[in-house]
Design a protein around this ligand. Structure first.
Ligand SMILES: *[C@@H]1O[C@H](CO)[C@@H](O)[C@H](O)[C@H]1NC(C)=O
Length: 481
């Protein structure tokens, strides 16, 4: 009897101490593991001039979110590199990563971890990491680390071999994301960890194994769901991405007084949230629902920012776009569309409809279908003020909010997307940039696939189209692929 009591007491105290004092070295190793394993993340920033052809959103204090490929070099202190056009300086930026992006066979569930032990992307055990810092081109030698160009290019090529074929005339250059401020991370129960840049640099990557998750069977996506709306059908494509997205980065401007809650001096902050937009195409509204505890750093900052947020969504997180285990049809991010929804978060009362949506879209997070977690919090949706979509290497394209909201995806259920044609947008005809993009893409695809076509299987095809140009790309999925 005495023996039993001792065991119970020991177990209780060890759980308790684990939750209160996290092992900082272990947390830093997990952060290093996530950055070095990841191939893409959401960069949230407040640029001084247009970035990717997108101006910051005025309502959100010029907040801007872009999903970008990157590479972190484990052998060089986890230094982080981007391949961006021109010479870009971005201060006050944050890079947000989710462990749920790593295992593409679990994207459909959605699950984070392994099929043997998976949790929902919003589960505290699935790492959510936001790194604060600034981006500079390697040419700005005083702002970046030593041998930036050599180390950065090598790291980028290792993660993204196709970058070697990105066209020189687009002036892509290696940039370093300099980790300047604290790293904010949730990877376990017991709240967020804040790591110093030094703790991150000195850590050694160690896999973050998810304990106590559920065993899941990876789902097979029906062929019809893999059909992607045409790239120039902007509103439909954007809605399709929103509907299929199971999680996203939600970001806001960090209030100076709340800086300690997030990362020391950065002015933007993002966190990963599980989202739901209807149970199927016919019930999609285009306005994602999410749950946020009041104590969450995102909630605190969002409230200080009049609830202005940006929800960024990427096809890189969609099971519908996975091909042979690789995201975006294995085609790298530039050919994978992304959407940013700007607006105000509005609290919504939990009801049966919300429960049904989360039950359907987040089977591993039963608490989200039951009114939330034990902490006080709220469900929110977005009062949308601006929708932008980015596809290809060109800039963002603004989608009319009404077009976006009034699109009904039901027609895709019967006829398939290839039937949902629309007139080419007026800017298309004769727009020099568009012609350049089309030509460039064709060249890029040819160089990308000419050697390995037979082994990878093409996801896209070039379709001669007399109404546009003989070299226009059509974003249609090959039936065989
Ligand atoms: C879309 O249209 C279908 C068929 O007309 C309808 O049943 C459905 O309710 C509509 N969806 C929305 C979200 O309005």
């Amino acid at each position: 009897m005495t023996f039993l009591l001792v065991v119970v007491a020991a177990a209780v105290s060890s759980v308790h101490s684990f939750e209160v004092t996290k092992d900082a070295a272990k947390e830093a190793s997990a952060a290093r593991w996530l950055t070095t394993q990841s191939t893409w993340g959401t960069l949230t920033t407040r640029p001084e001039k247009a970035f990717f052809g997108q101006d910051g959103d005025v309502e959100t204090n010029d907040l801007l979110a872009v999903v970008l490929p990157f590479a972190a070099d484990e052998t060089n202190e986890g230094r982080i590199f981007f391949y961006l056009m021109g010479e870009t300086h971005l201060h006050d930026s944050s890079l947000t990563l989710s462990q749920a992006a790593l295992n593409t066979e679990l994207l459909a569930v959605p699950g984070c971890g392994t099929p043997e032990s998976a949790v929902d992307p919003q589960d505290p055990r699935c790492i959510k990491l936001t790194i604060a810092g600034s981006i500079h081109p390697c040419t700005a030698t005083h702002d970046v680390g030593p041998n930036c160009e050599d180390i950065g290019w090598k790291a980028l090529l290792e993660k993204h071999p196709t970058m070697a074929y990105w066209p020189v005339n687009h002036d892509f250059r290696v940039h370093e994301f300099v980790v300047q401020d604290s790293l904010w991370m949730i990877g376990n129960f017991g709240g967020a960890s804040v790591l110093s840049p030094d703790e991150y640099r000195q850590a050694k990557a160690a896999e973050h194994v998810i304990a106590g998750g559920e065993a899941v069977t990876p789902t097979t996506i029906p062929a019809a769901d893999k059909i992607v709306p045409k790239w120039n059908n902007f509103a439909t494509r954007a809605r399709w991405i929103t509907h299929h997205s199971k999680w996203s980065t939600i970001a806001t401007v960090a209030a100076a007084s709340n800086a300690a809650e997030t990362t020391s001096s950065s002015s933007v902050f993002g966190n990963i949230r599980s989202i739901a937009d209807g149970v199927d195409l016919s019930t999609s509204t285009g306005r994602p629902l999410f749950y946020l505890p009041d104590a969450d750093a995102l909630a605190v900052n969002m409230k200080a920012n009049d609830n202005h947020i940006v929800i960024s969504l990427s096809e890189a997180s969609l099971a519908e776009r996975v091909s042979e285990g690789r995201p975006c049809g294995g085609q790298e991010l530039p050919l994978c569309a992304q959407v940013a929804l700007y607006g105000k978060a509005v609290p919504v009362e939990f009801n049966r409809d919300i429960a049904t949506q989360f039950q359907h879209t987040h089977p591993l997070a039963s608490w989200m279908a039951e009114g939330g977690s034990h902490m006080s919090g709220s469900y929110y949706t977005l009062d949308i003020s601006k929708v932008v979509i980015l596809d290809y290497f060109g800039g963002f394209h603004e989608v009319g909010v009404d077009d976006y909201l009034n699109t009904n995806l039901s027609s895709m259920l019967e006829s398939g997307v290839s039937q949902t044609t629309m007139n080419p947008p007026s800017w298309f005809s004769g727009h020099l940039i568009v012609w350049m993009m089309a030509g460039f893409l064709l060249g890029w695809l040819v160089s990308r696939y000419s050697g390995i076509h037979s082994t990878t299987g093409a996801q896209y095809r070039t379709v001669p189209d007399a109404t546009k140009t003989s070299e226009t790309m059509e974003m249609e999925v090959d039936a065989e692929a």
